[in-house]
Design a protein around this ligand. Structure first.
Ligand code: SF4
Length: 452
């Protein structure tokens, strides 16, 4: 875990700062970003970052102190940013709840921080409280791309705009509070690759410590609620948010090439190929390299033996799923070899496919999967051929009819068949569900940009 936002320099830690930092490290917080709120606190943050290898600092002027920003402040911050352990500019932004500094000055100082971040090529840490319109306006005006909005407290619309802009959104212990239902709804929709978590310690302690001093070792309580809300495991949340914090703050190692196997919840997924016979408008592989904190961009297609070795013991997973960034059944022989091995060792096999395997191989491949595959999930993606052609751009003529024939055949050879659709514009989910009912198979709706 990485605590992407805490204030370790604050006086609330004077009595036991070292103990708190070490307790966080010992409890699995691999790094902490301690945030500067004025010149003095930025210097103290840098001092802490120099003392502890796993602590990093930022340099900035909090909107509360915006009116202290003088003609010399920009250069002073720039000098601080040249330190190796400074990983971001901020926190800056707008706070119209307390209005400790005049709003016009807050906006000007926010703009100066944006300018500084661009000049020193560091990401920006943004604070925004009850200042949605002006925050979004400044972000859009400067076309800000490299930033996190910390301790998000806005609404769904604000999150949508930030996501469209490609900015990270960080959630604090507030998501654990009983009355934070609206915030948890926002938390559900933020894409994995833009999600971060923080303590904002010493403030905003999560349940069950609400009202007490917060500290970085409490991050786990927030992570647990994030996992529940998003329907994934704690390990998934830790991996996703750690990967994102490393990418934003450019710290530590992030996998630069695709993995062969990757765990999500209690299933093990197999990354077989990046190739596909479709070019779906919503396909995640055109947008990003990472799925739930795993790099998916293979530089080379793995052989069956490599995949089998990477799987290890299949019995420790609920199922082994052929999925990845492309269409697994393009590599039919590899899938069969690996599935045969998994079945021989008592494992369960699922294949996620676009259902065009018979067109790829110019024969009915389903009898070959009999006994090797327990569950097949087929992407229907559209209610009719015209919509399918428009959304999925298949290389084959008559692809939609071929897909429906594939589903009909699959029922004879594989015990569980599921049709899936992505709830994207132009897809009539009810009509798709009716097709699944008519074919006698189960049906599942997937959400746009939510993978795994
Ligand atoms: S079928 Fe799947 S892998 Fe292929 S383009 Fe469509 S979404 Fe991407």
């Amino acid at each position: 875990m990485i605590d992407s936002h805490c204030h370790l320099d604050m006086k609330q830690f004077d009595a036991d700062r070292d103990v708190c930092i070490r307790r966080a490290k010992d409890s699995g917080t691999e790094a902490m970003i301690t945030i500067g709120t004025d010149l003095e606190s930025s210097k103290e943050a840098i001092g802490l970052a120099k003392t502890y290898p796993y602590v990093y600092a930022t340099a900035g002027i909090h909107p509360h102190s915006a009116s202290t920003f003088t003609i010399n402040t920009y250069d002073a911050l720039k000098t601080l940013c040249s330190n190796d352990k400074v990983v971001a500019v901020g926190e800056t932004g707008l706070d119209y709840h307390y209005d400790h500094s005049p709003r016009q000055i807050q906006r000007e100082v926010f703009a100066r921080h944006i300018e500084l971040a661009s000049e020193v090529t560091l990401p920006l840490v943004i604070h925004s409280r009850e200042a949605k319109e002006d925050t979004l306006e400044l972000i859009k005006k400067h076309d800000l791309k490299d930033a996190v909005l910390h301790c998000f407290s806005g609404d769904l619309h604000m999150a949508d705009v930030l996501v469209a802009q490609g900015l990270y959104i960080s959630f604090s212990g507030v998501v654990t509070f009983k009355k934070a239902q609206q915030l948890r709804e926002v938390l559900q929709m933020v894409p994995d690759d833009l999600l971060m978590i923080e303590t904002d310690a010493p403030y905003l302690a999560p349940l069950p410590f609400r009202g007490k001093r917060n500290e970085p070792s409490f991050l786990r309580y927030t992570a647990e609620v994030v996992a529940q809300v998003r329907g994934i495991s704690l390990q998934d949340v830790i991996r996703i948010t750690t990967c994102n914090a490393k990418r934003l703050f450019r710290i530590g190692d992030v996998a630069s090439t695709g993995v062969i196997t990757y765990k999500i919840r209690d299933s093990l997924y197999i990354n077989v190929t990046n190739r596909c016979t479709n070019e779906c408008a919503f396909c995640i592989r055109y947008k990003k390299d990472f799925v739930k904190g795993h790099n998916m961009r293979l530089v080379r297609e793995p052989e069956a033996e490599e995949i089998i070795a990477a799987i290890g013991n299949p019995l420790i997973h609920k199922e082994v799923v052929f999925c990845g960034y492309g269409e697994p059944l393009i590599r039919l022989e590899t899938v069969k070899d690996v599935a045969r091995d998994v079945k021989a060792r008592g494992g369960t096999v699922r294949v996620n496919t676009n259902g065009l395997g018979n067109l790829v191989h110019k024969r009915n491949i389903l009898p070959e999967l009999s006994g090797l595959v327990d569950h097949i999930c087929i992407s229907l993606n559209a209610q009719d051929a015209q919509t399918y052609e428009r959304l999925c751009k298949p290389v084959f003529k008559g692809a939609y009819d071929g897909l429906l024939d594939f589903v009909k055949e699959a029922r004879h050879y594989i015990s569980v068949v599921t049709l899936t659709v992505v709830d994207t514009e132009g897809v009539d989910v009810n009509k798709c569900q009716a097709i699944a009912s008519r074919l006698g198979v189960s049906f599942r709706v997937r959400h746009l940009d939510v993978v795994g």
